[in-house]
Design a protein around this ligand. Structure first.
Ligand code: BES
Ligand code: MN
Ligand code: ZN
Length: 494
């Protein structure tokens, strides 16, 4: 899918379909007025006859309209201008692309950024690109007969007024973010028997090959042993697959500039280990590497953008499986930090691989470290599937991430990291235990990680509820790639 932006006259622009907005009550947008004029009032007539009311997210397709260069005209209801909000705007854009994808048009010109379709042109562009990419995404290439790709290949964001120069940049950036999300979704959806730690490592090497600005290194289990990563290695003990510690270093700024480190949980399948999970929906634990997948998506997006920033992606990846060699409840291990951990539940494994990856991250002398993890089922209970859970040891960082989430419409919600929760992790036999009980499970998981991130500015995103959808719509969402990329764009422009 390609996206471009230009100033044009709606009636003269050659394309498979020209898209214009109609307000509720029948008022024509500026672009619709131009089409109405050359078509001897076809649009006004259609509205008068009641075929298009302008109700938000309704559409009407017109064919071969005389006087208009485009093969088709799509009228899109914008609702009442006074009632537009983010949700209505997304409904309008989704309906627009659904209608376009029901036509054989290969390209379309959208006059939607001038007025009415959303809060401002930037918002409309970004969300339109995400939605177009979302509808073009296919997850069925492992079927013997995969579905056909969409015919729509090129979207022009056209406007009657000359577009602001920064909007061209927004289009290119959003397209890169959308491609990053597609990579994240594709990796997330892959089954555990294909997407192993070795597979993820090969993908990281492929990103290195595709982008001069990315340098990938992969550590093996012996290397981790030497580094003293007893916590991480305790998780992989029951698995036949080799664990990997992947780092992808992106250099977009002066070598001396401290990097932002992104640490992604990469459990390619979480059975729970000896603390085995119940059977229902256990297949969804193939998504337990979605934090890692989001780091891949972000690295690719910023490399394509050539963002002027240094960013390191760190991915601890392994399986969590039961076996005669597997770690048992009660086992005590020593983390790379030297702190000892009593593993009371082998299903609380994410924090065990992350703590060593977080300790390792200090070697990059980071400006900021952000980990991204499908960490706790409790987070799904607390925030549902709308917001990711956010924790930080610095309030300014928390605010920057929250507002990046708002900007990109990939939102997070902050939870407390108060010291008062820490005693829940006390153990009689080790420096800490790996679970804090049912109450506040998302918070105690974050508190566990906080014990390993004292030496730098840090934030934690719990994406257990937002990384994938269950049920009929089962599939990875590509979140929080928009949030993270927006945060990095904001950081680069400072
Ligand atoms: N990967 C899971 C968290 C998870 C569960 C995400 C369900 C999304 C849906 C994590 O490794 C886990 O099993 N966490 C346990 C922690 C508990 C044992 C303290 C959980 O949430 O039940
Ligand atoms: Mn688990
Ligand atoms: Zn897990």
């Amino acid at each position: 899918m390609e996206f471009s932006i230009k100033q044009a006259s709606p009636e003269k622009l050659k394309s498979g379909c020209v898209v214009v907005g109609i307000f509720e009550g029948g008022k024509l947008s500026t672009a619709a007025q131009a089409l109405d004029k050359v078509s001897t009032q076809l649009l006004s007539d259609t509205i008068k006859r009641g075929d298009m009311t302008g109700k938000a997210a309704t559409t009407l397709l017109l064919h071969k309209v005389s006087g208009i260069a485009a093969e088709r005209v799509l009228l899109v209801g914008l609702g009442k201008a006074s009632e537009i909000n983010n949700k209505v705007s997304l409904d309008i854009l989704r309906a627009t692309f659904t209608a376009l994808n029901n036509t054989p048009a290969k390209d379309a010109a959208l006059f939607m950024t001038d007025e009415g379709a959303g809060k401002d042109a930037t918002w409309v562009l970004k969300q339109a690109i995400f939605i177009a990419a979302e509808q073009a995404f296919r997850a069925d290439d492992l079927k013997s007969k995969p579905s056909k790709p969409t015919t729509l290949k090129h979207i022009t964001f056209a406007s009657v007024d000359k577009p602001n120069a920064t909007l061209k940049n927004i289009v290119d950036q959003s397209a890169a973010i959308a491609r990053g999300m597609s990579l994240t979704k594709a990796l997330g959806n892959l089954p555990g028997n294909i997407c192993t730690p070795t597979y993820l490592a090969a993908n990281a090497l492929a990103l290195d090959k595709a982008h001069k600005s990315i340098k990938t290194t992969v550590l093996e289990e012996q290397d981790m042993q030497k580094l003293g990563m007893g916590s991480f290695l305790s998780v992989t003990r029951g698995s036949e697959q080799a664990a990997k510690l992947i780092t992808m270093e992106y250099h977009g700024a002066d070598k001396k500039q401290k990097p932002i480190v992104l640490v992604g949980k990469g459990i390619t399948f979480d059975s729970g280990g000896i603390s085995l999970k119940p059977g229902a929906e256990m297949d969804e634990m193939k998504y337990d590497m979605c934090g890692a997948a989001s780091v891949f998506g972000v690295m690719q997006a910023i490399a394509e953008m050539g963002l002027k920033l240094n960013v390191v992606g760190v991915i601890p990846t392994c399986e969590n499986m039961p076996s005669g060699r597997a770690t048992k409840p009660g086992d005590i291990v020593t983390s790379m930090s030297g702190q000892t951990i009593e593993i009371l539940n082998t299903d609380a494994e994410g924090r065990l691989i992350l703590c060593d990856a977080l300790t390792y991250s200090a070697k990059f002398n980071p400006d900021t470290v952000i980990d991204i993890a499908t960490l706790t089922g409790a987070c799904v209970i607390a925030l549902g599937h709308i917001a990711s859970g956010l924790f930080s040891n610095e309030e300014k960082l928390a605010q920057e991430l929250l507002s990046a989430g708002e900007q990109a419409h990939d939102r997070a919600w902050q939870l407390p990291l108060w010291e008062d929760y820490q005693p829940l992790l006390d153990s009689n036999f080790a420096d800490m235990q790996n679970i804090g009980g049912r109450a506040g499970g998302t918070i105690t998981a974050a508190c566990f990680l906080a014990r390993f991130t004292k030496n730098y500015r840090w934030a934690h995103l719990d994406i257990a509820g937002t990384a994938w959808k269950s049920g009929k719509e089962k599939g990875a969402t590509g979140r929080p790639v928009p949030l993270l990329t927006q945060y990095l764009i904001n950081r680069a422009s400072k």
